[in-house]
Design a protein around this ligand. Structure first.
Ligand code: AQP
Length: 339
């Protein structure tokens, strides 16, 4: 399929499942901000329909989370003048296209998704149908814009492969060249930020331990304290990247430093190789506070203006529907639904 047929367009989303972590920031949002100034139309989304798949949230909490996530996007540098900023449920074509994709995707594809296996755990019988169908809704989020590029963290790679499979199967089954085969954009030193308490686990907003993550709402003291207490090993930092093999906690802190400083891991190690964590951690804490504290104070300021956030999201939804309504209509025509 020739990519030239499609407008270069970026779509990505984050669940308003409560809080935003340094993992979300370095793995996704930082790249979202850069892509606004590259040759793309950019659409960024609070995926509230996804946020209720793992468990239902208190309605007021979900509304608060959604506004807080919008504040986090804007405070991080996503401009409503450069990007379309939306809340998923306010653009109904996402859910409408997802139904068609539920009929394209196969049960076997979905049951092989590692996120499904991790989140459903041993008791898959009790998991919601929504959690199982999550990747089909994600494919619809992307393809309802004919998005060509999707910036995400490493953990979403498999879902993006499924999005490509759904687009290919739809195109093949209906004999059309309608949906693009989307490119994942997984780049940078911190595509998988790990827990500060356990280097084998992803940093996640739903981890029960608050000490495992840096939240975008943490103040300077909290950020510095969490880094000081981060799990490490007793050895000094190596001077070359090979020396981080089998040292997941050390690798994680170096990756975080590199991503925050916009340096490569090799450049960081050239500067800090030989240092003990007692010296490196304060240096990392200082950098993290310098980069993250302004975001958290701007988020707090925006959270005091919920009407302004709602206005931005209403404007974004109207702009989005100019793209999504015709694409959904064409999809319905291809499938044979009366117009
Ligand atoms: N630890 C991470 N490192 C790098 N990227 C990450 N992302 C999430 N955690 C990390 C990226 O953030 C984007 C949005 O993720 P999401 O909130 O939609 O879902 P998630 O991946 O399930 O994130 P969490 O924090 O683990 O949420 P919960 O706890 O609610 O499940 C994606 O691009 C993701 O790759």
């Amino acid at each position: 399929m020739s990519e030239a047929k499609f407008t270069p367009r970026v779509f990505s989303g984050i669940q308003p499942s409560g809080g935003l972590t340094l993992g979300n920031y370095l793995g996704a949002i930082k790249r979202f901000v850069q892509m606004q100034d590259e040759a793309f139309e950019t659409i960024y989304c609070m995926v509230d329909l996804h946020a209720i798949t793992a468990k239902l949230l208190d309605p007021d909490e979900l509304r608060r989370n959604t506004r807080e996530l919008a504040a986090g996007f804007i405070a991080s540098g996503i401009s409503p003048d450069k990007s379309i900023l939306i809340n998923q449920s306010q653009v109904p074509e996402h859910a409408q296209l997802a139904w068609i994709f539920n009929c394209i995707a196969r049960m076997g594809w979905m049951s092989r998704m590692t996120q499904w296996k991790d989140k459903a755990g041993k008791n898959a019988e009790a998991a919601s149908l929504g959690l199982f169908a999550y990747p089909a809704l994600m494919a619809a989020d992307i393809l309802v814009y004919h998005a060509t590029h999707v910036p995400v963290g490493e953990d979403q790679k498999q879902h993006l492969e499924l999005t490509r499979d759904i687009a290919s199967k739809f195109n093949h089954d209906y004999g059309v060249d309608f949906f693009p085969i989307t490119e994942p954009v997984i780049e940078g030193a911190a595509t998988r930020v790990m827990s500060l308490r356990d280097g084998s686990k992803k940093m996640s907003k739903s981890d029960p331990s608050d000490a495992s993550r840096i939240n975008l709402t943490d103040d300077a003291d909290a950020i510095a304290k969490k880094i000081r207490k981060a799990k490490t090993d007793p050895d000094a930092l190596p001077s070359e990247a090979d020396g981080l093999e089998n040292r997941p906690e050390a690798r994680n802190l170096v990756n975080i430093y590199a991503a925050l400083a916009d340096m490569s891991v090799e450049e960081v190690l050239r500067e800090v190789g030989g240092q003990q964590f007692g010296a490196f951690k304060p240096r990392l804490a200082e950098l993290a506070v310098e980069k993250m504290a302004p975001i958290s104070s701007e988020m707090a300021r925006l959270m005091d203006q919920p009407d302004e956030i709602d206005r931005i999201l209403a404007k974004g939804a109207a702009q989005a529907r100019e793209i999504t309504a015709p694409i959904l209509r064409q999809t319905y025509d291809i499938v044979g639904m009366l117009g």
